[in-house]
Design a protein around this ligand. Structure first.
Ligand SMILES: Nc1nc2c(ncn2[C@@H]2O[C@H](COP(=O)(O)OP(=O)(O)OP(=O)(O)O)[C@@H](O)[C@H]2O)c(=O)[nH]1
Length: 410
């Protein structure tokens, strides 16, 4: 009996052991699918704890860099990784460093003499004739008139030349050149104040405010371009500038001005298309005061449809700006290629607003440099700057001596 009981117990234990093995074997086969299925080397969800065993090996097997492959953070390493940071950079274009302004006219002289040579050479040829008779003097007169010198200045110049040639007696080419140089210089006015007044003013509140320059002129004369170039001249001279895009007549003018400004790091204050120019000008000066800028340049619209319309607009811009403080300079931009037409425009503008200086643009494209003399006579204000090309730094302070030298050669 004891043997029977013992045999039953053994049989139960053996059966139990066998069934346990079978169950655990089944469990093992069912388990693998969910978690261990090839874990991805995801950056966003790293394992909270380092895995061990097979699961840890799987991801690292895919891409493993040995120490030889790894670039260590040496001085060169950032350069190799720089491209990754580049896409964010284009927002801020590099600020340009404009050419210094001193001696610009001399540097641009070739361009000036190319277009002006006919005047100087023509005069020298005529004066070198053996007999200076009435006809020759008439030709001298015509040459000056053709170059837009204007009637009164031409007559003055011819009279003085006749007198001096008579006194001189014999004439060598050098004598004549010197004579002509002196007389042309006298006519241009070597002693006129040609500085663009950009010094700080005293605001109505008693504090210093930026120098304010208004740029006026007919659309198309190069007004916006000149404002941009002038900003560069000032920046080249170490001044900080704020631009006011008060030419709201042509939407692209504000964009154009802003681009000029961005190139030299100057902020442009602008308003909606067709907005009130005076309020933009006011805001520009306000911004200039807030930024403690040295100069505020205001580009205006110059529609010549009616004189009263123009007067209303420019007069208002000036009056509104003067709520902050004085306007230091009102520059009239004239296109040298328009000749007598330019003079008519100049007259209208001078009646509307007090012009303090003239910028003569496109002098590179005309042989009629005599307009410098004529416009000064007409307005009684000096030519302060001349435009000699479309390049960013092709605006030069006007220097009478360099100009006359370019006309008649050294
Ligand atoms: N050759 C030459 N071209 C110039 C000079 N100054 C300006 N220009 C060109 O003249 C054209 C007209 O210039 P803008 O500045 O747009 O004229 P604007 O008077 O401001 O005209 P709006 O913007 O319509 O008011 C542009 O193509 C300029 O590049 C210069 O001194 N020489």
């Amino acid at each position: 009996m004891e043997y029977v009981i013992l045999a039953v117990v053994i049989a139960v234990v053996v059966l139990g052991a066998i069934s346990g093995l079978v169950v655990s074997g089944r469990k093992k086969k069912q388990l693998p699918p969910p978690p261990p299925a090839t874990p991805q080397p995801s950056v966003t969800a790293p394992p909270a704890e380092p895995h061990v065993g097979e699961e840890a090996e799987a991801p690292s097997d895919e891409e493993r860099r040995t120490v030889e492959d790894v670039t260590l953070p040496t001085a060169e390493a950032p350069a190799a990784e720089a491209p990754a940071a580049e896409p964010e950079a284009p927002a801020a274009p590099p600020v340009e460093v404009p050419e210094p302004t001193a001696g610009r006219l001399v540097r641009l002289r070739a361009r000036l003499s190319r277009s002006q040579n006919t005047l100087g050479k023509g005069l020298l040829n005529l004066l070198s004739r053996e007999h200076l008779d009435e006809d020759t003097w008439e030709e001298v007169e015509d040459t000056l008139l053709t170059a837009d010198v204007g009637v009164a200045p031409t007559q003055e110049l011819v009279e003085r030349l006749r007198e001096r040639v008579k006194v001189l007696g014999t004439r060598t080419p050098d004598d004549l050149r010197e004579l002509l140089r002196e007389e042309l210089l006298t006519l241009i006015g070597p002693d006129l104040d040609r500085t663009v007044h950009t010094a700080n003013g005293i605001g109505n509140g008693g504090d210093e405010i930026p120098g304010v320059v208004m740029v006026v002129g007919v659309n198309g004369t190069g007004k916006t371009t000149t404002t941009g170039k002038l900003a560069r001249v000032l920046v080249a001279d170490g001044k900080s500038v704020v631009l006011g895009a008060a030419d709201t007549f042509r939407a692209a003018a504000a964009d154009q001005l802003q681009t000029w400004g961005e190139r030299v790091g100057a902020r442009t204050v602008r308003g909606p298309e067709g907005g009130d120019p005076a309020s933009i000008a006011f805001d520009a000066v306000k911004e200039g005061i807030a930024e403690a800028a040295d100069v505020v340049l205001i580009d205006t619209a110059g529609r010549l449809h009616t004189k009263t319309g123009l007067m209303d607009e420019l007069g208002k811009v000036k009056r509104v700006v003067e709520k902050h403080g004085p306007v230091g300079e009102v520059l009239l931009v004239l296109d040298a290629t328009t000749g007598q037409n330019g003079l008519v425009q100049a007259r209208v503008f001078a009646e509307v607003v007090d012009i303090t200086g003239v910028v003569l643009t496109k002098l590179d494209g005309t042989a009629k440099g005599g307009i410098i003399i004529a416009v000064q006579r007409e307005l009684g204000v000096p030519v302060k700057l001349v435009g000699l090309g479309e390049g960013a730094d092709d605006l030069a302070p006007f220097e009478p001596k360099a100009f006359v030298d370019a006309l008649i050669g050294d």
